[in-house]
Design a protein around this ligand. Structure first.
Ligand code: ADP
Ligand code: ASP
Ligand code: MG
Length: 813
């Protein structure tokens, strides 16, 4: 004997109904089969809308008509496929059922009351009709059927809406039914009967429970729950994209997964199966090939010890203060436990040892009942207890389930880290009594992002970086190309870079994970404008941990938002020097915020492009070294230009060539003015501990100030020719002295900084630096009299992008 249960999602339309028939037929060929059916999808929800409505008017009847029409359509569609289906007969039965329902609803409207026994009758209509339809399809295919009436046979104790089954009595009842061996057994799920043989319900989603009960009652060797997903996943697959199917789980794990919110199983389903050692297989009606999830005594040791993440919403936490409890914890806990007799589920309790407060969590719908009970219980001690208890609403419980979860190394620290980085407060945390679960109470508004991110960190082997790229000039583009090229290598190292946004000053392309192969095409198509408002909403709505803003612009305004970015939980990687060369106050503010927020602020490419300058210095200074002095060629563009001058090019020609090769800033005036070198020098000086401002750096520009007026590259290059002769003279003069000209940045011992053209003789290491190379010579306590020299290309899109890329990877390393 095997029991098959089909949920509402498996009975949503005619095609699915007939697919279910197929599955039943296959099973029947092998062994006797019992079938438990839910109501077709959405029907129970419609019926619930009727009984929950507080407006007692014809709108209630309207819902009855909608439900009736769904059934009419369903049998019409079934008849179109299964021609032998007795359409007229079944239509009459449906009409009769709905006429009864209309009478009931009219009474509800008149009396403005809907007691629980009536609610149960209304809610159960879907299951009754599912069985009638299925019986007639099977009969039309010449199968013999026995329908088990759950009201007569499934004895259920408790209230009308959420009763618990007396398995022993139900087993006796069903064993007494004379079922022919060749019959297919049908039973509506969700329904039981109390001692008075009145209809009661087994709680929403209760057909799973019915199937488990029938499995026990008929001594089935397997209970199959057919639904719309392949089985039990590590998290709800509709909410967590990279959740995966669990092939096997233990009874206990399934109990805890369903108790803490995995909707795929009604929480009471597994206990009876566990008691009678009946395995349970969860299968997908629309993907019968999938092997599903087997729930049994065995646990899949091959798999992760952690089994799943679930959540329960609409939770309220009630805290009783210590002075009320006053050494009577046991009594209080027993009061709380007694709530269950009143059908109030307490999901978890916590106790603080210092203040002796006791907190417990329940569903929001129970609050009123609980407050009444608390008032009654504390009448003698405290006149108005309600003034002292704390009620915290709009919460959710996130639970992590797995065998012996407490033994898992650093698993809690990972969860805390991730919740902290998402700025999610924890209201309470408890370990389940079975030691197979940990539950954390957080605000409901945060639950989805918490579930997704906790799932990622615990279940995904991959470390994910969520990148938001602003600036798609040479460096931004080169970065995207490098990310594409490096994908396979990073995959092997379990690192995944998800680019979630690409923006320039005008618009933005936003996707959960942008396909980089055709990003340009999609970016061109994007109609989304990019501005501060857009950026702000992006920051607020971001639900990923490990999110990084990459600033590949040279925008001052953007650089002034860094503190804001950090405080919203983003790391920052920037090639833009504007933030680090803003006021010293802002410079410190960024670092303080990054420290407080536990976020990374990386700017390796601010000096020397991809050369390892900043991190090298930080390593030296963090471990006790001190800068004595510095001298260097810090501009790739000027290194190139001055090199070309040696070869005989005029200043305008050399500048044009440098621009063409992508060595200069968009307007080469920024290079020739010396300001860009001054900014780099300032970054270095501040790194070395000097509290100076940009204005403190003495700049001897290459060009006269009058060139400042040319605010675009073309104009500048045109007028630069007028200056060629004057400059040629300087070069010749240097050559006569066997020297070359170099644009040099210097930091003196006491911290004074300057940038200027210097005559450099052959002995100086800077003599050979040209063609875009940079050279940085650091005299430090440890590196003297021979200085530490860093030398290499200090400009160019690829080297700069690789520096940005390396910073990006360091955010998770
Ligand atoms: P049925 O109508 O078959 O009873 P339900 O809607 O009650 O179906 O249950 C199936 C749904 O449970 C899935 O569609 C899925 O969204 C949800 N679900 C929640 N948690 C899990 C999980 N851990 N694994 C699988 N499904 C889950
Ligand atoms: N139809 C009922 C519900 O929606 C029972 C079930 O589907 O299991 O809650
Ligand atoms: Mg269900």
């Amino acid at each position: 004997m095997k029991i098959l249960k089909f949920g509402g999602t498996s009975l949503a339309n005619a095609k699915l109904f007939l697919r279910v028939v197929n599955i039943i037929e296959k099973s029947v060929k092998k062994e006797q089969t019992g079938v438990v059916l839910s109501a077709p999808a959405k029907i129970t929800n419609y019926l619930a809308d009727i009984i929950e409505s507080k407006i007692y008017d014809d709108s209630m009847l309207k819902i009855v008509f909608i439900s009736e029409n769904i059934f009419f359509q369903l049998i019409k569609d079934i008849t179109n496929i299964q021609l032998s289906f007795p359409y007229k007969e079944v239509k009459k039965i449906i009409q009769k059922e709905f006429n009864k329902l209309k009478k009931i609803v009219k009474n509800i409207i008149l009396s403005k009351k809907c007691p629980e026994n009536i609610q149960a009758i209304v809610l159960s209509r879907g299951e009754i009709l599912s069985v009638i339809i299925m019986k007639n399809i099977l009969k039309s295919k010449k199968y013999k059927i026995t329908v088990i009436d759950p009201i007569k046979n499934i004895l259920a104790i408790g209230n009308y809406l959420d009763a618990k089954v007396d398995i022993n009595q139900s087993k006796k009842n069903i064993e007494n039914i004379n079922i022919n061996k060749n019959d297919i057994i049908l039973m509506p799920g969700f329904i039981g009967g109390n001692e008075k043989k009145e209809l009661v319900l087994l709680g929403r989603n209760g057909s799973d429970y019915s199937a488990a009960i029938l499995s026990v009652c008929l001594n089935a060797k397997l209970c199959e729950i057919w639904t719309d997903v392949d089985g039990v996943f590590t998290a709800d697959p509709r909410k967590v994209l990279n959740s995966y199917l669990l092939k096997k789980i233990s009874y206990q794990e399934a109990i805890e997964l369903s108790y803490f919110g995995a909707a795929v199983l009604h929480p009471r389903t597994i206990k009876p199966l566990k008691k009678f050692k009946i395995p349970c297989l969860i299968k997908n009606t629309t993907n019968t090939q999938s092997k599903g999830t087997l729930i049994s005594q065995e646990n899949d040791v091959e798999e992760n010890h952690l089994k799943g993440i679930t959540h329960l919403d609409d939770i309220t936490m009630i805290t009783l203060p210590g002075f009320i409890i006053n050494n009577e914890e046991k009594k209080i806990l027993s009061i709380v436990k007694n709530f269950s007799k009143k059908n109030i589920k307490i999901i978890l309790t916590t106790q603080s040892s210092a203040e002796k407060n006791i907190s417990f969590c329940t569903f929001e719908k129970n609050i009123d009942k609980i407050l009444i009970l608390l008032k009654q219980n504390f009448k003698s001690k405290c006149k108005d207890i309600l003034n002292y208890i704390n009620i915290n609403k709009n919460l959710s419980i996130l639970s992590i389930i797995g065998s012996c979860i407490y033994k898992k190394n650093n698993f809690l620290s990972k969860i805390f880290f991730i919740l902290d980085s998402l700025k999610i407060n924890i209201f309470a945390i408890t370990q389940g009594s079975s030691k197979n679960s940990i539950s954390i109470v957080i605000k409901k508004k945060n639950i989805l992002k918490a579930v997704q991110n906790v799932h990622n960190i615990l279940f995904s082997k991959k470390k994910i970086i969520n990148a938001f790229l602003i600036g798609i000039g040479g460096v931004g583009r080169a970065l995207l190309n490098q990310i594409i090229k490096q994908k396979k290598v990073l995959d092997k190292k379990n690192i995944k870079i998800k680019v979630c946004a690409i923006a320039n000053s005008k618009k933005i392309l936003l996707e959960n994970s942008i396909n980089l192969k055709n990003w340009q095409e999609n970016f061109n198509k994007s109609k989304e404008k990019f501005n501060l408002e857009k950026l702000n909403s992006l920051l607020i709505n971001n639900s990923h941990s490990n999110s990084v803003i990459i600033d590949c612009t040279s925008d001052q305004y953007l650089s002034q938002q860094y503190v804001h970015f950090l405080s919203k939980g983003f790391h920052i990687v920037t090639s833009n020097k504007k933030a680090n060369t803003d006021s010293f106050k802002y410079y410190n503010e960024i670092r303080n915020t990054a420290f407080l927020e536990n976020k990374k602020f990386f700017y390796e490419t601010n000096v020397g492009a991809g050369l390892p300058v900043i991190k090298t210095l930080q390593n030296l200074f963090n471990t006790g070294d001190k800068l004595i002095s510095f001298k260097g060629i810090l501009s790739g563009s000027l290194s190139f230009i001055f090199g070309k001058l040696e070869e005989g090019l005029l200043l305008s020609e050399a500048t044009k060539e440098a621009k063409k090769r992508g060595f200069t800033e968009p307007n080469p005036y920024d290079d020739l003015s010396g300001i860009d070198v001054a900014r780099k020098l300032l970054v270095l000086a501040r790194e070395a501990g000097h509290s100076i401002e940009l204005k403190d750096i003495k700049i001897e520009p290459i060009l006269p100030k009058s060139f400042q007026q040319y605010n675009n590259a073309e104009e500048l290059l045109f007028y630069l020719k007028e200056f060629d002769a004057q400059f040629l003279h300087l070069i010749k003069k240097a050559r006569n002295e066997k020297c070359v000209l170099r644009f040099v940045g210097t930091i003196e011992k006491e911290g004074s900084c300057s940038v200027k053209i210097e005559k450099i003789n052959k002995k100086d290491p800077l003599y050979h630096i040209k063609n875009g190379e940079n050279a940085l010579t650091f005299y430090t306590n440890y590196y003297q009299p021979i200085p530490l020299v860093l030398r290499g290309y200090g400009a160019g899109n690829d080297v700069t992008a690789s520096g940005v890329f390396s910073d990006l990877l360091h955010t998770i390393l």
